[in-house]
Design a protein around this ligand. Structure first.
Ligand code: G6P
Length: 535
């Protein structure tokens, strides 16, 4: 059975059907939504019907999602281009044993987690002393997966933040480290150098700058540095004592690493107990993903809706729209998670991918986005499937009216996208304003909303550590399922390498005197022009 061909044929048959018509079936909303605990995933405002869903679930099954899922959790080397297991799920379920290549991987995880928790408590309680006393500020220096997870999660869980202030430096642009350090006291600052490889040029450059900044005022700057890495030899060379080095294994991908020591800044912010609740939320979603039938499985459904929109309907982008200000960095986090995982043109077997890879992921929190780019979402010529996230409750009980406005806006946008406004309705509006004839017609046309634009909504009770863990694991497994369905390796990222190599080779050409050298002459005309201009 060719599921892709059948899906394409089905899509062609239903593409013009109004989504709203599907609600003539009274059970539509219940049938095209799924729950796990207090999470509700509503995908009824899409053009998916029973036939499409059956085909998509068949596609997932035929692609081997179930055996592949079992292989991932069992520690098989499913990251085939790097010859590694993919076991970030073990970081959030450290109980028991999991033997991979003859060794139990869980006991060392528990040991590192225990050390991390003790260190975090020492810092939080003031037992860990800097030159100037207890730690007041933490600076996490890292980039990509060593930054986006912690920075997003610390902001997301601000209501639970009772530890030192946390700051993040990622960009090699000196403006970033300068602006962050400028307001801090080196005598009470702890610097975490977070880098899986401990070779990333941005992170190492920022770490050296931070050490110089600290050394100017602190007698033993190395004592106020901690490191998170898979490379203990390199952390030692940098001069960070082993008791403040927290390691992890290379089977934790950078963009999947917030659950382990890379999450140290989050643990310092909210404490080990709440960090444990975050892990428990992730583990809870893991259990759901492993046990729920495909057609009731939240990550599988989220993935299949994504495949329907991106590969079957051909929509090139996906907007992630959290109606939750504290999830402001979620779209950026998901850009790495989804686009670094599934933005690939070659299938696992080395052949060209016969269809598009994962979509462009972008977004901003609502309601801000409404006053910026929603114009295009509603009336542009391109269809942009939207993913709304909304909590039932905020954390500010005395501002409950704000939250009601937030919820109303979120639901209104999804409704407007689907229902739209017809030309007749727009004409009636213009007639009510006294317009007539061609002017009425012209003005009315600008006020038409075509509608029939798909969206999904993830509703959760409240943004707690547990719920954040559930949401992030949900997205991780969605990426996994999409990757299996597309037949790609979601766990490598060769596409980031070429630019890094070229940047290193360009560095000498930015020195004064590089003009006219053979290395410069070997560059293309545009690069030469820019080099000269920027030198
Ligand atoms: O943690 P690091 O080794 O410093 O890597 C940081 C980031 O850079 C790499 O180039 C990858 O694109 C990312 O997946 C990774 O998260």
């Amino acid at each position: 059975m060719d599921y892709w061909a059948d899906l394409a044929a089905h899509h062609a048959a239903v593409a013009q059907r109004p989504i709203l018509d599907l609600f003539k079936t009274p059970t539509r909303a219940e049938a095209f939504s799924a729950r796990h605990g207090d999470l509700l995933f509503d995908f009824s405002k899409t053009n998916l019907d029973d036939t499409a869903l059956d085909l998509l679930v068949g596609l997932a099954r035929a692609a081997g999602v179930e055996p592949r899922r079992a292989a991932m959790f069992a520690g098989a080397p499913i990251n085939e281009t790097e010859g590694r297991a993919v076991l970030h799920t073990a970081l959030r379920d450290m109980e028991g044993a999991l033997v991979v290549d003859g060794c139990d991987v869980k006991a060392p995880l528990r040991a590192t987690h225990a050390r991390l928790s003790i260190f975090a408590e020492d810092v939080r309680t003031g037992r860990f002393r800097c030159q100037g006393g207890a730690v007041t500020d933490v600076v996490n220096i890292g980039i990509g997966g060593s930054d986006l997870g912690p920075v997003m999660a610390v902001q997301a869980l601000a209501p639970f933040h009772d530890g030192p202030r946390c700051h993040f430096v990622s960009n090699v642009d000196g403006a970033h480290v300068h602006d962050v350090l400028k307001g801090l006291d080196p005598e009470t600052t702890l610097v975490i150098v977070a880098s899986k490889t401990f070779t990333t040029i941005e992170t190492m450059t920022n770490a050296e700058t931070a050490r110089r900044w600290m050394a100017a005022r602190v007698a033993e700057p190395g004592r106020q540095f901690a490191a998170v890495s898979t490379a203990p030899d390199r952390t030692a060379t940098f001069g960070i004592a082993p008791e403040r080095v927290f390691g992890f294994e290379d089977w934790v991908g950078g963009r999947y690493s917030v659950w382990g020591p890379i999450g140290l800044a989050l643990m310092l912010a909210i404490g080990p107990a709440r960090f444990g609740a975050f892990l428990a939320g992730g583990a809870d979603m893991d259990r759901h993903f492993r046990t729920a039938p495909l057609a009731r499985n939240l990550p599988v459904l989220l993935a299949l809706v994504g495949v329907w929109h991106a590969q079957v309907c051909g929509h090139a982008t996906r907007a992630v729209l959290p109606y939750d200000q504290r999830l402001a960095r979620l779209p950026a986090y998901l850009q790495q998670l989804e686009m670094e995982s599934n933005g690939k043109r070659v299938a696992m077997d080395g052949a060209d991918l016969p269809r598009h890879s994962g979509p462009v992921v972008w977004g901003e929190p609502g309601t801000n986005g409404q006053h910026a780019f929603y114009q295009m979402i509603h009336q542009g010529t391109r269809v942009i499937p939207c993913e709304f996230l909304i909590a039932a409750r905020g954390h500010e009980p005395d501002l409950a009216h704000h939250h009601r406005l937030l919820v109303a806006n979120c639901l209104a946008q999804a409704e407007a996208l689907m229902v739209g406004r017809s030309l007749d309705e727009a004409r009636a509006m213009m007639a009510a304003r006294g317009l007539t004839g061609t002017e009425l017609e012209r003005q009315a046309r600008h006020r038409v909303f075509p509608g029939n634009r798909p969206s999904v909504t993830l509703a959760y009770p409240q943004l707690t550590p547990f719920v954040l863990g559930q949401i992030l694991a949900l997205y991780e497994h969605r990426v996994f399922v999409e990757g299996v369905v597309l037949g790609i390796n979601s766990f490598d990222q060769w596409g980031v390498e070429l630019g890094k190599d070229l940047a290193l080779r360009l560095m000498p050409l930015l020195e004064p005197g590089a003009e006219g050298t053979p290395d410069e002459a070997a560059k293309d005309g545009s690069t030469r022009l820019l080099l000269r201009h920027l030198r």
